[in-house]
Design a protein around this ligand. Structure first.
Ligand SMILES: [Zn+2]
Length: 280
């Protein structure tokens, strides 16, 4: 009997310890994205004491997010999918900070698109695409200098998250650029929400991306929602976490209804999974 009591006591203590670990990790949840030093990943580079002036940092000539973390300035660097493995440099006023990118073998995905013009656009389509490209590019390069940044995202829609980021894509047997976002399977009409606070900087109906919304979260962190059935917001609108962005649809180049979600950091498309809470 006594033995059983000791066992029970141990069990309770163990559970209490487990509870404390869980609750403390909840209280001190990460406030940086997960680090992944690969093409399409995010690298965190310490830049010194927060009592010193906030440094300005660039990578590939793009300004990079610098935020305070555990009394240090840190650069949160998005690594483009096109980056070569090997040594790279983050540049600040007085230093080049060397870091290494490892190789990552993204798999190949073959897709069949029924609307052939979405794979081989005609002349009229090309004129439209050429008009849309600078609008998309400008939105993804948007820079809003603010220290009020929030780097933990909730999922923008309920549904199965595919691990499709970075896949080398072949549409109707023709190679195209790698998949630069995460696809989340959801029925048409499902509510798409803002994963963190931010400001709507652009909306539109684009040839490939369909009806799309761009949200700026500060310091070069932009999220994009594509193939929407309807858009519920307007440029200039302030968003809080959970505010409705629009509804899932199948506009643009799609094989069926889903949300395509892009996360862009210093103009590099990175794996949205790295920003989702509970992803580690
Ligand atoms: Zn997609």
């Amino acid at each position: 009997m006594g033995n059983l009591f000791v066992k029970l006591k141990k069990l309770i203590l163990l559970n209490l310890t487990a509870y404390c670990i869980v609750s403390s990790s909840f209280l001190f949840a990460k406030n940086l994205p997960d680090e992944s030093a690969v093409p399409g990943g995010v690298v965190i580079i310490p830049l010194g004491d927060v009592n010193l002036n906030k440094p300005k940092a660039t990578f590939n000539k793009n300004q990079v997010m610098v935020t305070d973390h555990k009394k240090q300035w840190v650069a949160v660097v998005g690594i483009p999918l096109s980056s070569k493995p090997g040594e790279h440099y983050l540049v600040t006023a007085n230093k080049k900070h060397r870091f290494t990118i490892k190789d990552k073998a993204y798999e190949t995905q073959r897709l069949t698109i029924k609307n052939k013009r979405k794979v081989n656009p005609n002349k009229t389509d090309m004129e439209r695409i050429n008009k849309e490209r600078p609008i998309i590019r400008q939105a993804l390069r948007h820079w809003n200098e603010t220290n009020d940044i929030f780097l933990e995202f909730i999922a923008p829609v309920e549904g199965r998250k595919s691990s499709s980021f970075g896949l080398r894509r072949i549409f109707n047997d023709q190679p195209r650029r790698p998949h630069s976002g995460m696809d989340i399977a959801a029925p048409a009409g499902a509510k798409v929400i803002a994963p963190a606070k931010g400001k709507v900087i652009e909306t539109g109906d684009f040839f490939f991306n369909g009806k799309s919304v761009f949200i700026d979260h500060g310091q070069g962190l932009i999220t994009m929602y594509c193939h929407l059935d309807s858009i519920s917001v307007e440029p200039g609108q302030t968003m809080n976490t959970g505010d409705k962005v629009g509804e899932v649809g199948m506009t643009g180049r799609v094989t069926g209804p889903h949300l395509h979600w892009t996360v862009s950091l210093n103009n590099a498309r990175v794996d949205p999974q790295l920003f989702l809470t509970g992803s580690d």
